[in-house]
Write a protein that binds this ligand. Structure first.
Ligand SMILES: [Zn+2]
Length: 729
């Protein structure tokens, strides 16, 4: 007779793929998954370091199903447990979780039926509970999973004390394999995990940290609000997270976006637990598109279709940055990351670290923050720099998907600018902050300057031709290049370094990275271009229709939409137009259970779609996405010019009001003349024009504030489109 273990060994190559399709609906394994699964089936310990989005959970879920006994998954994140258990149920797999959110009765009931579950998720403190441990001893266990294993190591960035005690697992269950999983681990952390868990010659599997579907941009803070809104304009109504360092930062951005008409939620530790969880729920269920949050948000938010991450402030270290941007594009589809940074962020963290008592830890944390700032100011490929930090080589000079590779920045010889700045600092006895230096250099005559007589200095107004942002940028560059230093403490002042004199004497040349301080039209074109080359060429209208159906089903079942089907699955449907069960089942992400539950509904939509759209039903040849979007806009404009009203167009196009209006605004901005009076009556138009004359066309909120409440942001957007034309022509 075959023992269980032998049975596993007999699973042939193809058999594993069949099981994958059967239980999870996927057609093939992603990189490293099979290796890990096979090791677990051989009962070996595994340490897997894989980037977010690599499909880590499947690595233990599938082998758990293929063996007898229950797999115990230790995870620090309540939301993740719930999420995974729901997803497993959707695939017909019995799983449960135990954590503090469950009432006593339910916990007992789970414990009494432990052997019925293939997977049990628990928090580390629960696992260590003696009663729980003794209950486990009576149950057949297939293996232990330690998720977020970097929490074990105090060298990591999110050390958790309970994790340190997990070493007892090998003492109590010496024959049970352990798999430890993490998304970030440097060499020290990696070693620490093995030692702490007493792993026996574990199979070490280390995936590449490269996430090629993420475009990474890091820009200096110039006008944060404007930079943010420009970025969001490119994102459409796809979901994304905006991180700010402080609660206040979150509140400000939240308010500003809300007023500008975005569907936005917020999350930080100052909100009640109920507010936080309803905020998170709304985001997961696509009820709000944008979440503005502190670092508190995101652990355990396994939403695979997050399309962008913005950092309004520099994160504390590269690990944190990598982890946060790692939340975007887990479905493998393109996603955008934008970080804004300033030297101020760097100083705040460093000051904060001064309070740490442990010398060694303080030194380490400082070094980490310095690496982070170094990444921000680097002129090299961001991807290469990130990967090098994690001990990985990036073979290319240019990745083609970060700002340094994409944007034609180049360098400028900034020696003269540097000499002017350094002289100014010297004249002012190396005793002024950045703000004052900027004011003097730009020739400000504010009261503060006049009182001190700085307007009489020879360095006053030396850089009067430059904008405030430019002068700040150059000063910050000099600090980073170590031609200037900023002292620590409450009132940091600028001082020369040992290199400063050489610059002033003309012995040393200074190069700055070229920055365009005006909003560029080319930025938008580039974004479109990146998407063209990386996106599946699907029928966008059908995709949107399927998305709606998915949202409807998700609402009815109270689950996040991606639990029904992933974006990728919907996109494949919008490429292949499956006609029957057999074709539908070939879509990546469709397994037998999902076919039974949802297949008919989706097929019905796909089959009836043909007559609805002007776009060819089947996409036989590759059609670039921008062309489709172009088509899509054109179609809206044609219907509008035919005299259809908003509701009719929404009905015909199966698009939201917001999308239709954004199509109209975009073509107006591109120079197409449309009569918008059916949408915005003439008297409203003239009121808006008057407001624009007063406050300009840069931001919508100040315009709105000048107007009566019955004039909406949509009205304003349409009118301002006419005024924004020059930017694009
Ligand atoms: Zn690059």
């Amino acid at each position: 007779m075959l023992t269980d273990q032998n049975k596993s060994l007999f699973l042939s190559e193809n058999k594993l793929e069949e099981e994958l399709k059967q239980y999870f609906g996927y057609n093939e394994f992603r990189a490293y998954q099979k290796e890990i699964i096979q090791a677990l089936l051989r009962k070996e310990d595994v340490l897997a370091i894989l980037p977010t989005g690599a499909g880590k959970s499947l690595c233990y879920q599938l082998p758990a199903l293929l063996q007898s006994g229950t797999a115990i998954v230790v995870s620090p994140l309540i939301s993740l447990m719930q999420d995974q258990v729901v997803s497993l149920y959707k695939n017909g797999i019995s799983a449960a979780f135990i954590n503090s959110s469950l009432p006593y009765q339910e916990i007992q009931s789970v414990l009494n039926h432990l052997s019925d579950y293939k997977l049990l998720y628990v928090a580390p403190e629960r696992l260590l509970d003696p009663q729980f441990l003794s209950r486990l001893k009576e149950t057949p266990i297939s293996f232990f999973v330690i998720d977020e294993a970097h929490c074990i190591s105090q060298w990591g960035h999110s050390f958790r004390v309970e994790y340190r005690k997990l070493s007892i697992l090998k003492e109590i269950f010496p024959h049970c394999p352990i798999i430890a999983l993490t998304a970030t681990a440097t060499g020290e952390v990696e070693k620490d995990i093995q030692v702490q868990l007493a792993m026996r010659n574990p199979i070490l599997i280390k995936g590449s940290f490269d996430r090629p579907n993420l475009t990474i941009r890091i820009h200096p803070k110039i006008q944060v609000d404007k930079q943010l809104k420009n970025f969001l304009e490119q994102q459409g109504d796809r979901p994304g997270i905006i991180y700010a360092a402080t609660r206040k930062g979150v509140e400000n951005a939240f308010e500003s976006l809300r007023q500008a008409g975005y569907v936005v939620g917020r999350y930080h530790a100052g909100l009640s637990e109920q507010e936080r969880s309803s905020s998170q729920h709304a985001f997961l269920h696509d009820q709000v598109t944008i979440m503005v949050a502190t670092v508190a948000f995101g652990m355990g938010v396994h939403k695979p279709d997050i399309r962008f991450i913005v950092h309004l402030d520099m994160p504390r270290n590269i690990e944190q940055f990598y982890q946060e941007i790692g939340r975007a594009g887990r479905d493998g589809l393109p996603a955008e990351c934008l970080m804004l940074f300033g030297v101020q962020d760097f100083i705040i963290y460093k000051t904060f670290l001064e309070d740490l008592e442990d010398n060694e830890i303080r030194k380490q944390m400082k070094a980490k923050t310095e690496s982070m700032y170094g990444l921000c100011t680097s002129l090299k490929c961001r991807r290469g720099e990130l990967l090098r930090y994690f001990g990985e080589k990036f073979p290319l000079e240019s990745c083609g998907a970060c700002d340094n590779c994409l944007e034609d920045t180049g360098q400028i010889d900034g020696t003269i600018i540097a000499q002017k700045i350094l002289s100014c600092v010297y004249r002012l006895k190396q005793n002024i902050g950045i703000r004052m230096a900027m004011d003097v250099l730009r020739g400000s005559k504010n009261q503060n300057i006049l009182n001190r007589g700085y307007d009489q200095l020879s360095t006053h107004g030396l850089l009067s031709e430059l904008s405030e942002q430019e002068v700040r940028y150059y000063i910050e560059c000099l600090i980073h290049l170590r031609f200037l230093q900023l002292t620590e403490g409450e009132y940091p002042v600028l001082k020369w370094t040992e290199q400063s004199l050489a610059v002033v004497n003309g012995v040393k040349t200074v190069f700055f990275k070229k920055r365009d301080f005006k909003t560029k039209k080319s930025e938008k074109e580039r974004l479109v271009k990146i998407r063209e080359t990386t996106t599946l060429h699907y029928d966008e209208n059908l995709f949107e229709t399927l998305r709606k159906l998915r949202l409807q089903i998700a609402r009815d079942e109270c689950v996040p939409p991606y639990v029904v089907f992933s974006d990728r699955a919907l996109q494949e449907m919008a490429v292949y137009f499956p006609k029957n069960q057999q074709e539908f089942s070939q879509i990546n992400g469709v397994g037998p259970i999902k076919w039974v539950k949802y297949g008919e509904k989706f097929l019905k939509i796909i089959n009836s779609y043909g007559g609805q759209s002007v776009i060819p039903k089947r996409i036989n040849e590759p059609v670039v996405e921008s062309m489709q979007r172009h088509h899509s806009m054109e179609e809206t404009v044609i219907l509008y010019r035919q005299g259809k009203n908003l509701e009719q167009i929404m009905e015909i196009r199966q698009l939201t009001k917001g999308t239709i209006l954004s199509h109209l605004a975009e073509v107006i901005q591109k120079g197409v003349d449309l009569d918008i009076s059916p949408l915005v009556p003439l008297e409203k138009q003239s009121a808006i024009k008057n407001a624009i004359a007063e406050v300009g066309v840069e931001r919508l909120t100040p315009i709105k504030e000048k107007l009566s409440a019955d004039i909406s942001f949509d009205d304003i957007r349409l009118v301002t489109a006419f005024f924004r034309r020059s930017e694009f022509t």
